[in-house]
Design a protein around this ligand. Structure first.
Ligand code: C2E
Ligand code: CA
Ligand code: CA
Length: 272
């Protein structure tokens, strides 16, 4: 008869819980190390004209593959980078990755290249110079750079923020308010920061055809954009019915799994 040593159950639970926390916990140092080790890469989701389905550009989305631990979704590490004051460093690295991919993306002046910009980065001294350098690296036939402003925290209405927005616009960039209709990216924000596009959050697109109040709000948001003369881009389009609904209401541009998932730069040419 073998005698198996009995490990107290509470100890097992503690070890499992510790392992769970260690996997979930992300430190600022881990993000900075990943930048140095070049563990981040970019993928690009096609944006199409909803009426003709013509390719109109891409949104750049960051990916992090931690060796030995697998992929970490941006929804997990971007909030950590924001709360630890790392967004300037991380976005500068992202802009460098996008600029390196620019040739293989094969975008021309008729296309758009959307990049996500968090409010905390927009409120830094280096922002305008970083964008100038980034746009310079895209060359003379560069696509229209669209800066998608996402605020998780309420953006300070400071002279620096206004100056940075104006500088980017003077360079030829357009501003889009991302995740419109959620959190802080709502009417108050629109009033304070002049933008060119509204990007309607995919939670509203999911509401299409469900009879939920979200569908009613979606109609109101599209109408609002029309009255303010702002172009609307919809994200998260997954079904033909959603695309048709948006097309019927005059929404010009869209992206979502119905058309394409985010792709490696090298795979974009084949998709087009
Ligand atoms: P977002 O800017 O709203 O980006 C859209 C998200 O929806 C992306 O998730 C994209 O992969 C996903 N998506 C696209 N089409 C569909 C669809 O049809 N169905 C569904 N269910 N999802 C779809 P992702 O790449 O995981 O990014 C999540 C968020 O992380 C982004 O939301 C953005 O806020 C942030 N993020 C991603 N890349 C960057 C970046 O380079 N810089 C910054 N500052 N934030 C980023
Ligand atoms: Ca976005
Ligand atoms: Ca969104």
């Amino acid at each position: 008869m073998s005698i198996r040593p009995r490990v107290p159950r509470f100890l097992c639970s503690a070890v499992l819980f510790w392992g769970h926390c260690a996997r979930r916990f992300l430190s600022a140092r881990a993000i900075q190390r990943a930048i140095r080790r070049r563990e981040f890469r970019m993928v690009y989701q096609p944006i199409v004209a909803l009426d003709t389905l013509a390719f109109s550009g891409v949104e750049a989305l960051v990916r992090w593959h931690r060796p030995g631990r697998g992929g970490v979704p941006p929804d997990r590490f971007i909030p950590v980078a924001e709360s630890r004051g790392l967004m300037a460093e991380l976005t500068r690295h992202i802009l460098d990755l996008v600029a390196r991919d620019a040739v293989s993306l094969g975008l021309g002046a008729q296309h758009r290249l959307a990049v996500n910009i968090s409010g905390s980065y927009l409120a830094t001294q280096a922002f305008a110079e970083d964008i100038r350098r980034f746009m310079g690296r895209l060359g003379p036939d560069r696509p229209v750079v669209v800066l998608e402003l996402t605020e998780r925290e309420c953006l300070p209405d400071s002279p620096l923020v206004r100056h940075n927005m104006a500088q980017a616009r003077a360079l030829g960039a357009l501003w889009s308010l991302d995740d419109f209709g959620t959190g802080h990216n709502s009417l108050a924000c629109l009033d304070r920061f002049p933008v060119d596009h509204l990007k309607i959050d995919r939670s509203y697109i999911r509401g299409i055809g469900t009879g939920s109040i979200r569908a009613v709000v979606l109609d109101t948001l599209i109408d609002l954009a029309r009255r303010l003369n702002l172009a609307v881009v919809s994200e998260g389009i997954e079904t033909e019915a959603q695309a048709a609904y948006l097309r019927d209401r005059g929404v010009a541009l869209g992206q979502g799994y119905l058309f394409a998932k985010p792709l490696e730069a090298a795979d974009l040419a084949a998709w087009r």
